[in-house]
Design a protein around this ligand. Structure first.
Ligand code: ADP
Ligand code: GN1
Ligand code: MG
Length: 375
């Protein structure tokens, strides 16, 4: 049993929600870096129902109610769009209300919890196995952005301000290098130099936004490949999950994170850097899938930066992991010594791999856009 599992009395936490049946078991689920996720089983007669119990890390999400307000609005909107689609219950997340009303439970220790109905017969994967999965993931996140384009006012809340403000992330990185509070700078000299020499990369999308070609949209902001549920029997992308960071942002932050997490055949923390690479057929499928859904609203400037956005987000995550390493691993969960440094190294290797293939990636993105001409 993991320490997280031992720390929480999941039977009692489950009782706060409108879940019927007898608590059977709960186990740690997923490998997120911020929240704690558990899959819990409940028995009613011969039937077992499964629910996701999730602790929201309130040190990272300082206003859990704002997070839930955003999610409730987004889910209602998505559900309305699905209408009578067959299988609708597997295509959009369903929150479980608490017994006292609302969707957020605060336990005796001050932790915040929510519950979702677990979608059965679906899986998530850390690494894309074939181009078809990348195409499905690109389509799912593209559709997600499209469906949310007409979410009625008011504006969603900024649950983590400046989340993808890469220039600000760069400043935080520079400050951590200057402070070197944990005396770890010497171990990361090569990575620090790599990042410092690419400062200009961090400004590109913010500048494009400031000059008007890249509008603010409602985006997911955490489009890791493992944040889309894939139907276990058909391999179809069923449902976009992990909605904590859905808020106003740039469409290309989403596409960039898809490129970051889908194109390399390696895990985010791969230590054998020779294995980190961009699989061009996977990138091609990803961009085709994304543009097939999002192409109708993407501006010319957005289209022109599709390939670049992957480099930007890999760079941004490398900066964030490296900053956290230098600051003593306060933000991301780590599971071994030097874990954040390993993650930063693999992200920066991906940046270098994208640089080496950027012209080809630009051509593939152009081709995908040409095939999906604006209506
Ligand atoms: P984290 O922020 O920790 O990544 P997620 O919301 O992505 O949390 O959930 C972690 C994992 O739990 C997912 O990768 C997925 O495998 C599983 N999961 C989450 N929600 C559901 C759901 N409603 N149905 C089935 N599995 C789910
Ligand atoms: C965190 O925990 P998870 O996997 O949902 C992080 C993302 C990073 C990701 C890197 C709120 O997401 O921004 O891209 O790790 N979430 C937050 O794997 O910081
Ligand atoms: Mg997740």
């Amino acid at each position: 049993m993991s320490t997280a599992q031992l720390r929480f009395d999941l039977r009692t936490i489950g009782q706060a929600f409108q879940i019927s049946g007898e608590f059977e078991s709960a186990r740690l689920h997923g490998d997120g870096h911020i929240n704690d996720t558990f899959l819990a089983a409940y028995r009613s007669g011969p039937r077992t129902s499964r629910f996701i119990l999730q602790r929201i890390n309130h040190h990272v999400f300082r206003d859990p109610s704002a997070v839930m307000d955003n999610i409730v609005r987004v889910l209602e909107h998505l559900r309305g769009k699905l209408g009578s689609t067959p299988d609708a219950a597997r295509r959009v997340l369903s929150l479980v209300p608490t017994r006292t009303g609302g969707y957020l439970h605060r336990d005796g220790e001050g932790n915040y919890w929510r519950a979702y109905v677990a979608i059965d017969g679906a899986r998530t994967l850390a690494i894309v196995e074939d181009p078809g999965q990348a195409r499905e993931s690109g389509r799912a996140f593209g559709r997600f952005q499209t469906l949310l384009a007409d979410l009625p006012a008011p504006r969603l809340k900024d649950t983590i301000p400046d989340f993808h403000n890469t220039p600000k992330r760069f400043c935080a990185f520079e400050a951590s290098v200057a402070a070197d509070a944990e005396n770890r700078g010497a171990q990361a000299k090569r990575e620090i130099d790599f990042a410092l020499s690419r400062k200009a990369v961090s400004r590109v999308l913010q500048d494009a936004h400031a000059s008007g070609g890249m509008p603010e949209r409602i985006v997911h902001n955490d489009t890791k490949f493992n944040n889309v549920l894939i139907d276990a029997s058909t391999n179809e992308a069923l449902c976009v999950i992990d909605l904590d960071t859905v808020m106003p942002g740039l469409a290309l932050h989403d596409f960039g994170d898809m490129v970051r997490t889908a194109t390399s055949p390696t895990a985010e923390d791969e230590r054998d850097l020779s294995k980190v690479t961009v699989r061009l057929p996977v990138f091609q499928a990803l961009v085709e899938g994304y543009v097939s859904e999002a192409g109708a609203f993407l501006t010319t400037v957005e289209r022109r930066h599709l390939a670049f956005s992957g480099k930007l987000i890999a760079f941004e995550l490398g900066l964030r992991f490296l900053t956290d390493f230098l600051e003593g691993d306060a933000y991301f969960k780590v599971h071994r010594e030097g874990h954040n440094l390993d993650r930063a190294r693999s992200q920066f290797r991906l940046v270098a791999e994208i640089e080496a293939r950027e012209d080809e990636m630009i051509r593939l993105a152009e081709r995908a856009c040409a095939r999906t001409a604006k209506p």
